[in-house]
Design a binder for this molecule. Structure first.
Ligand SMILES: NC(=O)c1ccc[n+]([C@@H]2O[C@H](COP(=O)([O-])OP(=O)(O)OC[C@H]3O[C@@H](n4cnc5c(N)ncnc54)[C@H](OP(=O)(O)O)[C@@H]3O)[C@@H](O)[C@H]2O)c1
Length: 245
């Protein structure tokens, strides 16, 4: 049975992604910074008939928590096939380049960028044991430098997220380097935007969480001929899904 770890899986897109991977026959570790919330999420999925899952305490900003999560998962499996770096925050308001403060930048980067590096490095040994390891870094089209600087892009005038956008642009660059370093291996490493989705993150505005989950798991399930080191947003490019960095 293939195994997957999803960070921030106790709610929102992470929880839905867990549900969809369970449907595909995976054993899923649901990372949750608050274990009680993770256990509630497990109960929710178990009440729908899923059995191959468990919650793991995992705060991506806390080195000790990440190490402990690696030990816990390592006691249960020798191999991790899929890592979905989903945990993310928007850094809070004010959102603009002139008003947001350095604490907001540090907090957002700690979760959205350094957190991804921490978790990826901690679990890379388990992933290396998979014949077809996949890493999906959950990004956003508002982290695309090319789109955000294009006056013709539909979100040019309203996506004014200096902190969040900067952190996801940095995550994108991390993804490029990670894919490069793993280019001679069977790994596929991609950044994927789930699209504007109704979760706590957006005050429950946006599209269906099921659609967001589908967009993410597509890149967790790609075969050996699939892409690596690319950036996808089906919302921004419904034809091929690929968008510029
Ligand atoms: N919703 C959208 O429209 C949208 C669009 C593009 C990209 N995204 C990206 O999609 C991902 C999921 O977002 P969402 O909409 O599902 O948001 P959400 O409902 O707010 O869920 C975010 C998840 O991340 C977790 N998290 C936050 N900080 C963490 C930390 N330090 N350690 C571990 N987990 C942490 C949260 O845990 P708690 O419950 O403990 O807070 C929660 O489980 C994010 O990376 C976001 O940037 C979302």
């Amino acid at each position: 049975m293939k195994t997957a770890l999803i960070t921030g899986a106790n709610k929102g897109i992470g929880l839905e992604t867990a549900r969809q991977l369970l449907q595909k026959g995976f054993y899923v570790y649901l990372g949750s910074r608050n274990l009680a919330n993770g256990l509630k999420a497990v109960e929710k999925l178990e009440s729908k008939g899923f059995t191959n899952l468990e919650a793991v305490q995992l705060d991506v900003t806390d080195e000790n928590s990440v190490k402990a999560a690696r030990e816990e998962v390592g006691k249960r499996t020798d191999v991790l096939d899929v890592l979905i770096n989903n945990a993310g925050i928007n850094g809070g308001s004010p959102y603009t380049a002139l008003e947001s403060n350095s604490d907001q930048f540090m907090t957002a980067f700690n979760t959205n960028v350094f957190g991804v590096a921490r978790v990826t490095q901690a679990f890379i040994d388990l992933l290396r044991k998979s014949p077809e390891p996949r890493i999906v870094n959950v990004s956003t089209s508002v982290g695309s430098l090319t789109l955000q600087s294009d006056p013709d892009w539909f979100a040019y005038d309203f996506a004014k997220y200096a902190v969040y956008g900067s952190s996801k642009a940095a995550l994108n660059m991390y993804t490029i380097h990670l894919a490069y370093e793993l280019r001679t291996t069977p790994f596929k490493v991609n950044a994927v935007c789930p699209g504007y989705t109704s979760t706590d993150f957006t005050g429950h505005n946006g599209g269906e969480v099921e659609e967001a989950g589908k967009r993410i798991i597509r890149y967790a399930l790609i075969d050996q001929n699939g892409p690596t080191g690319k950036f996808f947003s089906e919302e921004s490019n419904p034809e091929t899904g690929e968008i510029p960095w």
